[in-house]
Design a protein. Structure first.
Length: 251
């Protein structure tokens, strides 16, 4: 698979240090990528990063959005990164050296996002709930976390390596990954619209990790196709219409 055949977006969620953003941008350019999005970045940090030296054109063109949903709207495969020091996600976990296997299993997915959390807390459980799978960089157990810019560089390097075919046959996925990793799916935006429709039908807008988050995670695990989402949205609209009809009584 050629590098330019995959539309890859690097997403930094709540970054705190402009130097890390600049380092991430430079790494992205080093390995031939072009799409960088910041989610909920503190504006002065974003502006300082754009003035940094090293990858000026990419830093000037990077986008800042207010929510993770905006950053992932058009993506068909989302991979979150985590040291797993404080998280126990429900998603399938792959080691970074299995990235080639992930892409092989999702060969129909051409719009990929790789997420990196803030320097202080990493990705939250709710952030990871928007991912199809989790990537872990294999580090020493006593020092599990990496600098944000370095983590982006390592992941971009591995992505380039496996896409250019220099690794040879990908390693087998871990036993935890098994065969449960979804093969193909709708965009994250389509899944979000399905969840929103279910929320409206159920009349629930719960805070925290409620049924809506669990439904989103289920849909991502199942990797619903676009036509599946369309069918389910039609079913929900029909249910909503039927529930609004007055009950008929026998004369």
């Amino acid at each position: 698979m050629a590098l330019n055949s995959l539309d890859t977006r690097i997403v930094l969620v709540r970054p705190r240090n402009p130097l890390n953003i600049a380092a991430a941008a430079r790494a992205i350019k080093n390995f031939g990528l072009k799409d960088l999005v910041l989610v909920a970045a503190y504006e002065p940090v974003w502006l300082d990063a754009r003035a940094a030296v090293g990858a000026g054109d990419l830093l000037r063109s990077m986008r800042m959005v207010g929510s993770l949903g905006e950053a992932l709207e058009d993506r068909t495969l989302v991979l979150g990164t985590s040291s797993l020091a404080r998280r126990r996600p429900a998603q399938t976990i792959f080691s970074l050296n299995q990235l080639g296997e992930v892409l092989k299993r999702r060969k129909g997915a051409r719009r990929v996002a790789i997420l990196f959390g803030s320097e202080k807390t990493g990705l939250s459980n709710r952030d990871l709930g928007r991912c199809h799978a989790v990537l872990r960089i294999p580090t020493e157990e006593g020092v599990p976390s990496m600098n944000l810019g370095q983590a982006v560089a390592v992941c971009c390097y591995e992505l380039r390596r496996c896409l250019q075919g220099s690794r040879g046959k990908p390693q087998e996925a871990s036993a935890q990954a098994g065969a449960s990793f979804p093969m193909a799916g709708a965009t994250v935006g389509e899944v979000d619209r399905l969840v929103e429709a279910a929320e409206r039908l159920l009349g629930e807008r719960s805070k925290g990790r409620g049924r809506s988050d669990q439904l989103r995670e289920l849909a991502l695990r199942c990797a619903l196709r676009s036509r599946d989402v369309t069918l389910l949205l039609g079913v929900l609209r029909d249910l909503d219409w039927r529930m609004r009809q007055p009950e008929s009584s026998d004369e």
